[in-house]
Design a protein around this ligand. Sequence first.
Ligand code: KG4
Ligand code: ZN
Length: 336
Amino acid sequence: MKALLTLAIETSCDETSAAVVRNGREVLSNIIYSQIDLHKLYGGVVPEIASRNHVEKISGVIDEALRAAGCTFEEVDQIATTYGPGLVGALLVGLSTAKALAFSLGKPLIPVNHIEGHVAANYIAHPDLEPPFVALIVSGGHTHLVKVVDYGHYEILGKTRDDAAGEAYDKVARALGIGYPGGPQIDRLARLGNRTAIPFTRTYLDQDSLDFSFSGLKSAVLSYLNQMKMKGEPIVIEDVAASFQEAVVDVLTDKAVAAALRSQVKTLVLAGGVAANSRLREVLDLKTKANGLRMLYPPIELCTDNAAMIGCAGYYAYKNGHIADMTLNAVPNLTL
Ligand code: KG4
Ligand code: ZN
């Protein structure tokens, strides 16, 4: 059978990325241009700057993805693009480019949900992974527990009622004055701190709920920092980072394991930018092992935003008959 080549484009936030993926799971190229250095100056992603930089970089990134994969536009079978959720101006750059390519080349245009893309990163990393399984998706914009019933078929088991886990990391990091993005910095500092130094409350919500809430924890950290400043007492940022992280990780891991057990699946997968977190991986390993579950993670470069995961999700979307026409628009608050 002839191989199916997907050219995928991702511009939903602050990474401009293009990839070529063969038959869904084999990544021939995955070019990622990160704008992080531009946004760092402002302590977070500035939507206008993100859109403008996507416009500047997208053509070069696509050319490089094709060159690295050793193929031409004509050899590509389909164009997959993220159309939501994300920043509307940023999404539109990748989406418009994908539409222009699909139209001019006469190839199918495949719409991909960014959250599905994060889950699909695990299909690339683990060639034998098949649904059903439960996914914990933790990123800057999302915190979801999802049962992947089949390719493209999801049941939402729980989600955040306020801040996403990554958002809480970024806000706490900003309060600690350790820069953007906060996740990797807190991860690094936490390794040097005492996880039990400050007993921040864990928010489990109603009994049996698989929803999350991180805004109370974020406020508790901010109020702790203010109190220490008012009392003139020293703040050990390593201890704050470690204690905050432990509170996030405790809740995420307890609920993820409960979701897998309740769904009667044998496999739990982690996805999204926060999946890069070393303590989250460590605790998930321990708790899944204790409960007889198989635990899978994507490698770090497939955790944060990239087009290879969009190419993989796009392959399965195509197999399920999801082909868009030229009226496809960006949907900033798209859900699974
Ligand atoms: O998936 P992603 O690249 O973008 C979204 O779709 O949101 O995730 C970015 C988020 C940021 O909030 C960043 O702070 C967080 O992932 N992150 C981490 C780590 N690396 C990235 N959070 C905790 N620990 C990390 N090592
Ligand atoms: Zn993402």
